[in-house]
Design a protein around this ligand. Structure first.
Ligand code: C2E
Ligand code: MG
Ligand code: MG
Length: 767
């Protein structure tokens, strides 16, 4: 019944199947019309002379009209080239076929009796040809062929029955039944063939799509939508990807599924607009990544699809493949983030900072405004990192970045350049005051104490700033300008802000020239030694001199060691210079009374030299100074370099009988651990604590007390550095320091002055 078009079974999309079935109908339409007309003319030819001409002409006209009728039906229904054919249309076509059949009844029922038996047989033969041809050509419309058969053969039976030709009637009945059965079988086979052909084409399309996707990447599931973009034929994998039941999404608009909770708000992501656009334009697309807004989580799908058209070229929707690319997408985002953010602090990194600065500079060019670039360097961070470990250092940096971030306004971006260097880009600075204000706030906030892992850490910050486009038109020049300003702040001891000035370029240049001069200073004999007395705190008697290097250069004049020693360390000149100091100091000291010792400062770089101990031995043997009269001063920084054998070297020196003092104690976050490892002779408490204690600062007093107590328990001596006033001396003495060094007892003096001091063999300076 379904094949005939008399009933729609519950399962299967028969409207669609009929469309496949009747698609072939139009193909033979012309042939059918032509055959009908030719056969009609043959009939006219047959009956001319028997039947009045007007009857024949009238019949021909009727035949023509009935043949024309189906084409009107086709056109009116608008169902041509459609993927769905309603049953009503089929019945109309059958009716039209029935009408043609009725017209064909006329020759056998009305014309033949007017002629003879031969004519009747000929007409029947023509009708039989018509029915056979119809059955063969109307595969697509089996009911039509059936009606044609029924009507024409019915009429023939009626005619032969009238002429009592019962044998022929029986033959016609058999013929008709056989023809109907074979026609039906034919129609069924035809439909099956069409269906499998269509299915194959569909499969073909899918297979090629899948293959293509497979080659290009991995597709996970198929999806399909109809012409109105509703999801059809949901596969379990697709439903799984959508995180829903298949029944839930079947028939749901595809874009609604993707938009998720944004569907109602209409606030759709850009990727969905692109998808909608493609669907509207019926364009195929490949590897389109769309954001899918689920109820709980957002994911990303990569979709490829092509529009589908039926045999007649009508658009019937899209079919494609998709895969969940959330993970790779998230990874890509992470990588993109990594490229632009500092992992440790989460602040923008150098790349992002330079980009921001570049944008700010361009804005300045355009609007004639000013932008600022601040470079920030942490003071004393290195010693925290080196003494307390990188973990503490990292946590400290994280806290620094939090504080820095809290200071940023809306037009300011801070980031980390690397190490302990940070920077800020200010987009519109107005006058220079805003830069200075921010710089001072940064120094103030970053210099407050930090609590990290039960340690209270004190670090400071130095800032250098430059103003675009005045101090530089490009990112590079502006950064260099800020860097020079920062260098100056560091040079001045840190905790300061300096604005870039053109002279700074000359300072940097000066440093370069100074380095060249320093290289030649030794051969030109520009160095000399000054000796500063160290006295016993209780008796105030002179017990030692500290040798302090002096450099006088024709171009730079008197240069302070705190200025050129770091330069010499950077330029790896400190080793020959240090050797010279050691030899010269020993040579002077042999001329002094035997109970006066000499202290020589040794830089960490010297200590790392593998032959340092030999150098010391050589200096002692060459000058004949007793090892007990020499004391080497090192700072905590000697312990900082990992893998260096500083500890061993110090032990070897102690084994020679040479004394060892720990200089500037308290400025480098002493991890105290190495105090028990290396048996220092003396701990020198830094001048800042001496000053603090004299000013009544409890913290400084506590530290000096602790150091004195600890030194005593370890059998070490203590020296207080930089005592300038009587008050300071008294405070130190009361705190229990064993030795005192400072302007109060004597400034560094020349070797000649020391010699003349000993001229009278007097070893007490005061009292
Ligand atoms: P240091 O070893 O801590 O030397 C003490 C510094 O404090 C000296 O400065 C000294 O002049 C200064 N000073 C001493 N008493 C007072 C005082 O009462 N008030 C004030 N304000 N300052 C006082 P100087 O000579 O400028 O040396 C600075 C630093 O340079 C030294 O600090 C030492 O670390 C380094 N240095 C000096 N000579 C040498 C050397 O031959 N080799 C090495 N590697 N470093 C040296
Ligand atoms: Mg010293
Ligand atoms: Mg010192």
């Amino acid at each position: 019944m379904a094949i005939l078009g008399l009933r729609d079974p519950a399962e299967g999309d028969w409207d669609h199947l009929r469309a496949i079935q009747y698609a072939g109908l139009a193909r033979y339409a012309i042939l059918r019309v032509v055959t009908n007309l030719v056969l009609g003319l043959l009939v006219c030819q047959l009956f001319i002379g028997f039947v009045p001409a007007w009857q024949l002409a009238g019949w021909m006209a009727l035949l023509g009209a009935s043949l024309y009728f189906p084409s009107i039906l086709y056109r009116r229904s608008g169902m041509v080239n459609h993927d769905h054919v309603a049953r009503r249309f089929v019945l109309q076509l059958v009716a039209a076929t029935g009408a043609i059949a009725l017209v064909w009844c006329v020759p056998i029922v009305a014309f033949a009796p007017q002629a003879g038996e031969i004519e009747q047989t000929t007409v029947w033969t023509i009708l039989a040809a018509l029915v056979v041809g119809g059955t063969l050509l109307l595969n697509a419309l089996p009911l039509g062929a059936f009606v044609l058969n029924l009507v024409l053969m019915g009429a023939s039976i009626f005619a032969y029955w009238q002429s009592d030709n019962l044998v022929t009637v029986g033959a016609i009945v058999c013929f008709s039944i056989l023809l109907a059965l074979s026609g039906f079988e034919n129609a069924r086979a035809y439909l099956m063939f069409k269906m499998s052909e269509h299915g194959l084409a569909e499969k073909d399309e899918v297979v090629s799509l899948l293959l293509r996707e497979f080659e290009e990447g991995d597709a996970d599931w198929l999806w399909q939508i109809d012409a109105s973009r509703r999801i059809t034929a949901v596969s379990p994998r697709f439903a799984f990807a959508a995180g829903r039941e298949a029944s839930e999404i079947e028939g749901m608009p595809f874009t609604q599924l993707i938009a998720g909770k944004h569907w109602e708000s209409g606030n759709l992501p850009p990727s969905l607009h692109i998808l909608s656009d493609k669907l509207t334009k019926r364009e195929s697309f490949s590897n389109l990544v769309v954001k899918v807004q689920g109820d709980e989580r957002t994911c990303w799908w990569q979709l490829s699809a092509s529009p589908r058209f039926d045999d007649s070229g009508a658009f019937i929707g899209f079919r494609g493949v998709g895969s969940d690319v959330t993970e790779s997408r998230e990874n890509a985002e992470k990588i993109a983030r990594l490229a632009r953010f500092d992992t440790l602090t989460g602040l923008p990194n150098r790349l992002q900072l330079t980009e921001a600065l570049d944008r700010a500079l361009k804005e300045c060019e355009q609007w004639h405004c000013r932008c600022g670039f601040l470079m920030i360097d942490l003071d004393r961070f290195k010693s925290v990192n080196d003494t307390l470990g990188h973990l503490v250092g990292d946590r400290l940096l994280a806290q620094v970045s939090l504080r820095l971030r809290s200071l940023m306004g809306k037009d300011e971006l801070c980031g980390r350049l690397g190490g302990d260097e940070f920077a800020v880009v200010m987009r519109d600075t107005g006058d220079g005051q805003r830069i200075s204000d921010l710089a001072n706030r940064i120094i103030d906030v970053l210099s407050r104490p930090y609590e990290v892992d039960q340690h209270t850490l004190f670090i400071g910050a130095s800032v250098g700033s430059a103003c675009g486009t005045r101090d530089g038109r490009t990112v590079e020049t502006l950064m260099r300008s800020a860097d020079l300003a920062l260098y100056r702040s560091k040079d001045e001891g840190g905790g300061r802000h300096n604005v870039y000035e053109p002279q700074l370029h000359s300072h940097a240049e000066e440093r370069r020239v100074m380095e060249i001069a320093l290289r030649k200073a030794l051969e030109k004999d520009e160095f000399s030694l000054a000796f500063q007395p160290v006295v016993d705190a209780a008796s105030e008697s002179l017990i030692a001199f500290e040798a302090l290097i002096r450099w006088s250069n024709p171009e730079f004049g008197q240069v302070s060691p705190s200025r050129f020693i770091p330069l010499a360390e950077d330029a790896r000149l400190v080793v020959p210079i240090g050797n010279w100091v050691l030899h010269r100091a020993c040579r002077e000291a042999v001329t002094w009374p035997a109970d006066v010792r000499v202290a020589v400062n040794v830089s960490a770089e010297q200590l790392y030299e593998p032959d340092f101990v030999e150098t010391v031995v050589e200096a002692l043997s060459e000058t004949g100074l007793a090892p007990q009269r020499l004391e080497l001063e090192v700072t905590e920084s000697v312990f900082l370099r990992e893998g260096s054998r500083a500890g061993e070297t110090l032990d070897q020196i102690l084994a020679l009988g040479v004394g060892l003092s720990l200089d500037d104690f308290g400025t480098g976050y002493s991890a105290l651990g190495y105090l028990s490892k290396t048996r220092f002779t003396t701990i020198k408490v830094d001048r800042s604590f001496v000053q603090g204690a004299a000013n009544g600062m409890q913290e400084s007093i506590a530290i000096i007390r602790a150091v004195v107590a600890m030194a005593e328990s370890l059998g070490m001596s203590t020296t207080a550095e930089g005592a300038e006033t009587e008050h300071e001396v008294r405070v130190i003495r009361d705190l229990g320091c064993k030795k005192i060094q400072g302007y109060y007892y004597g400034r560094p003096m020349t070797a000649d002055d020391v010699a003349s001091l000993f001229g009278g063999q007097q070893t007490t300076l005061y009292g």
